[in-house]
Design a protein around this ligand. Structure first.
Ligand code: XUL
Ligand code: CO
Length: 432
């Protein structure tokens, strides 16, 4: 028996229906810019929020009642069985996980490692029979109280050691599942107060840790990408991996900018005071774009609410940047999104993914059309046309005094030109 019994596989219905559980835009086999929609979007379901999340908030505990809640191997396997049933209903190609989402928590490191290896084998068998793939694996180095002051950046070397050993087991499990990426989100790598924190020491620890991760990737021959997921605050007041630009500076400092990419989450971008598309464009321009977590925040609340996406315009602008970056390579669209705590029923979990997938598909189609028609890119090219000329190209290599002399000689008088922002915004609106 499955928790989702009675819910049929969700089908593409087109836009003329009003059913709650039909894809109005997501049509996996439809070709968009020469590629199947499924292969563009590469949707992934997150074990953490879709199956481990209990519906708690700071004022109250669990609201959900799932048959797989429990801390033993039987519960972990039941959770996996139901997860794969949801994947089947949604027609999802990928999933992702933290170790703590998929295995019971043991009394020792060795027990955790054994539990992870056992459940990874169990999931591996289910992958084989279903054709499901693993987008990424990761270690939860933030929930247990041992990580309260950080993992790699903890003042206690024993916590660093526990964390490093845990990442090794999670990379092994990811590799065994054929995972296409390995993610490191900073969890509690940050601080609550500078009064007790040695910033410089903690940065050295983080740099060494990531270098060891990259070393291990090469040692075991893991072909996937290593991804860092930026976030500016929460759970700690100040997270070290603040945003894409900050992560890039960190990678450069430790010589890892060719080895590590970023997993960009919509809600984290907003928390950092950016737009999602800014973070995507920044990563692409720095050559470190990897993957996305497609969950939004409530714009009034100021913290990470991890809601399923519901805004086609935002999705369109995001996929526009993804397409411009050449699309996903190892990455994909992961829903690191959770239900509201009053959404109790199996159908709520299905509908949440259906809606999210549909908004992304609608965004992708709009983005592809905008790109193919060239309306925005033509205007952008025209705006920068001066830099495409011979003089424009030469200018960046010339010295200040050389430029100074020529400015006097040519008596240049630059004329401001319209940025055409409203016209461009209207163009985007036409495509949504
Ligand atoms: C936390 C978050 C994590 C990472 C993986 O805000 O986004 O789920 O995606 O650890
Ligand atoms: Co995330």
């Amino acid at each position: 028996m499955s928790y989702f019994d009675g819910i049929d596989p969700v089908k593409f219905t087109g836009t003329d229906t009003t059913t709650d559980l039909g894809f109005r835009h997501y049509n996996p086999d439809e070709t968009v810019m020469g590629k199947r929609m499924e292969d563009h979007l590469r949707f992934s379901c997150a074990w953490w929020h879709s199956f481990a999340w209990e519906g708690g908030d700071p004022f109250g505990g669990r609201t959900f009642d799932r048959p797989w809640f429990g801390n033993d191997m039987a519960a972990a396997k039941l959770k996996a069985d139901n997860a794969f049933d949801l994947f089947r209903i949604l027609g999802l190609p990928y999933f992702c996980w933290h170790d703590a989402d998929i295995r019971p928590d043991g009394d020792s490191f060795a027990e955790n490692a054994r539990n992870l290896a056992e459940i990874a084998d169990y999931i591996g068998e289910k992958m084989e029979s279903s054709g499901m793939k693993c987008l990424w694996g990761t270690a939860n180095l933030f929930s247990h109280r041992r990580f309260m002051s950080g993992a790699a950046t903890n003042p206690d070397p024993e916590v660093y050691a526990w964390s490093a050993a845990t990442v090794k087991t999670c990379m092994d499990a990811t590799m065994k599942m054929g995972g296409e990426n390995y993610v490191l989100w900073g969890g509690r790598e940050g601080y609550e107060t500078l009064l007790n924190t040695d910033l410089g020491q903690e940065a050295e620890q983080a740099g060494a840790f990531l270098n060891r991760v990259v070393e291990y990737k090469h040692k075991i021959g893991f072909k996937g990408a290593i991804l860092i997921e930026p976030k500016p605050q929460e759970p700690t007041k100040h997270q070290y991996d603040y945003d894409v630009a900050t992560v890039y500076g960190f990678l450069k400092r430790f010589g890892l900018e060719k080895e590590v990419q970023v997993n960009i989450e919509q809600g984290h971008a907003i928390l950092a005071g950016h737009s999602f598309e800014h973070e995507l464009a920044m990563a692409a321009s720095l050559g470190i774009f990897g993957s996305i977590d497609m969950n939004r925040n409530d714009y009034q609340s100021g913290w990470d609410t991890d809601q399923f996406p519901d805004n086609p315009r935002e999705a369109a602008l995001a996929y526009y940047e993804v397409l411009k970056a050449g699309g996903f390579k190892t990455g994909g669209t992961n829903f690191d999104a959770k239900l509201r705590r009053q959404s109790l029923d199996p159908v709520d979990l299905v509908a949440a993914h259906v809606g999210g997938m549909d908004v992304c598909a609608r965004g992708l189609k709009a983005a592809a059309a905008m790109l193919s028609d060239g309306a925005l890119e033509d205007a952008r090219a025209e705006r920068y046309a001066g830099w495409a000329t011979e003089e424009g190209k030469a200018l960046l290599g010339r010295s200040l005094d050389d430029i100074h002399d020529q400015v006097i000689e040519s008596d240049i008088r630059p004329e401001p030109r319209s940025g055409r922002q409203e016209i461009l915004e209207n163009i985007v609106s036409r495509y949504i």
